[in-house]
Design a protein around this ligand. Structure first.
Ligand SMILES: Cc1ncc(COP(=O)(O)O)c(C=O)c1O
Length: 488
């Protein structure tokens, strides 16, 4: 059985220890079907847990690991939090619709959902033993925070593995949440140094007490996003379709490619294109390229195992300098004054921009490029996500100001940045993927997974076929059955 795809108990003793621990803590686990449909499945629960602190290590927060949290991150909303960006901001007539990831509990990003999805099969099958194992979360910062949060609720130790060059906000959060400072494992480099993370994991895996939950290869990450994020985005699209808008595409920058899995749901439900954004400074999918960049969370210099490459329709490159500069426009006094006084944006719109972290800005630019390439009109919409908000990148603003603007960011620099990067976003580095392009990208993954990480050729190749990805969904009712039994 492929690890991570367990469909039955593999270690009865560990299973019983897990169950005993969670019963001792009085802890229940949410079903995937509940997280996928909170308005129908979790409304009573939301009232029950209304007093739980969304930022604290309260196990009831597990029932908030979905897209339907209201602005206070406690109450349930019928439609997931989202922002519709108009032409006055984006320069394109099509609406860019951004779902808000910073309403997820504890870590203010949806990566806690990926962590839960990866842990479920191991925990339910006893492959992971809460009383013995440490969960190891290889990441560029947000997934490991999600993993540490979930593990803390379950009362088990975990190790966050992430590059030392990630934003200070990520480390500050981790320092507060880990059991011991040595549970933060810093690897060399920055965002695109994932090979170094894998090397660290191989070393950690030598200790049988460590269980590696590699989001780049765990199908639980794909399954939970397709099942939970996909329908959440569809509910937003359905609401907006009542205003006459038609969803044309789903745009998501790829880190582990988990979030991208929602594209497979949306393609089947709404007929959208699936577009992968990556950093131009590390154009792995676009040009088999490599490099350093600062769009934290994405573009990790390889093709993740759980990326359904053959189901992807566009690859779109966005520069990290554009994201860094627009982060300054959206979040400095000078930038906001420029947007209010010269672009006529209202205070509510401007305040909403703080919901966009660096990769969210990349997604928005990718959506604009897609809209321009396809000459979309005012009745079209492009769906995307803000994985996290600007709060995760306060410390990056000073670096960007020094790097690009000699330390000074006034309204003049804001105007230059907005004109150049937002209104001037062009259709360069945008590839409408042909079958040959897809195969080129798919085959590139061979070197990471088969040659380097020991994936069997058969397991690698079966991912060419859409039926493989669709077949993964059969596990959802199985896992939910296991959770029900476990909770019982
Ligand atoms: C800020 C941010 N954006 C985007 C991503 C990419 O999401 P995914 O790993 O689901 O592809 C991540 C992943 O950790 C992230 O932290």
């Amino acid at each position: 059985m492929t690890p991570g795809l367990e469909s039955e108990i593999v270690d009865q003793d560990a299973y019983q220890r897990n169950q005993a621990r969670l019963h001792e803590l009085g802890l229940q686990l949410p079903l995937i079907a509940e997280l996928a449909d909170p308005p129908n499945r979790l409304s009573a629960k939301a009232l029950d847990i209304a007093d739980a602190d969304p930022d604290g290590p309260d196990p009831r927060n597990l029932f908030r690991v979905h897209w339907h949290n209201g602005p206070d991150r406690k109450a349930l909303s019928d439609i997931p939090g989202h922002i519709v960006l108009d032409e006055d901001l984006t320069g394109v007539p099509a609406k860019i619709v951004v779902a808000l990831g910073n309403r997820f509990p504890m870590i203010d990003t949806h990566k806690v959902l990926a962590a839960y999805g990866c842990l479920i099969p191991r925990l339910m099958s006893g492959a992971f033993d809460i009383t013995r194992h440490r969960a190891v979360w290889p990441s560029t910062g947000n997934y490991c925070r999600g993993g540490v949060a979930v593990a803390k609720l379950l009362g088990c130790r975990s190790i966050a593995v992430l590059p030392e060059g990630m934003s200070q906000e990520r480390f500050s959060w981790l320092e507060e949440w880990v059991t011991d400072p040595s549970d933060i494992y810093r690897t060399p480099g920055t965002e695109s140094n994932v090979k170094e993370i894998y090397d660290a994991c191989h070393a950690l895996a030598k200790d049988p007490e460590n269980l590696i939950l590699n989001q780049f290869a765990e199908y639980g990450n794909y399954i939970i996003h397709r099942t939970v994020t996909g329908p959440a985005l569809q509910r937003i699209a359905d609401k907006l379709s009542a205003d006459g808008l038609t969803a044309r595409a789903y745009v998501s920058a790829s880190g582990s490619a988990g979030t991208l899995a929602a594209g497979d749901h949306l393609k089947q439900a709404l007929g959208t294109h699936t577009c992968v954004v990556e950093a131009l400074e590390c154009p792995t999918l676009l040009y088999n390229g490599y490099g350093e960049h600062n769009i934290q969370g994405i573009g990790d210099k390889h093709v993740p195992l759980i990326h359904n490459v053959m189901g992807s329709d566009f690859a779109i490159g966005v520069s990290d300098s554009a994201c860094d500069a627009l982060n300054l426009v959206f979040n400095t006094t000078a930038g906001r004054a420029y947007l209010a006084e010269h672009k006529g944006l209202g205070q509510e719109t401007i305040a909403g921009l703080a919901n966009f972290g660096l990769s969210a800005i990349a997604n928005i630019l990718g959506a604009i490029k897609y809209a321009k390439y396809n000459a979309l009109g005012a009745n079209d919409m492009v769906l995307t996500v803000a994985t996290d908000g600007a709060a995760m990148y306060g410390s990056e603003m000073a670096h960007a100001q020094d790097k690009y603007f000699a330390g000074k960011f006034s309204e003049i620099e804001a105007a230059e940045s907005f004109g150049r990067h937002m209104l001037g976003a062009a259709i360069d580095h945008t590839i409408e993927l042909t079958r040959f392009d897809r195969e080129r990208i798919f085959n590139l993954g061979y070197y990471t997974w088969v040659e380097q990480q020991g994936t069997s050729l058969e397991d690698f190749d079966r991912r060419r076929d859409q039926s493989f990805w669709d077949g993964l969904l059969d596990l959802v009712p199985v896992w939910d059955g296991m959770i029900t039994q476990f909770n019982g």
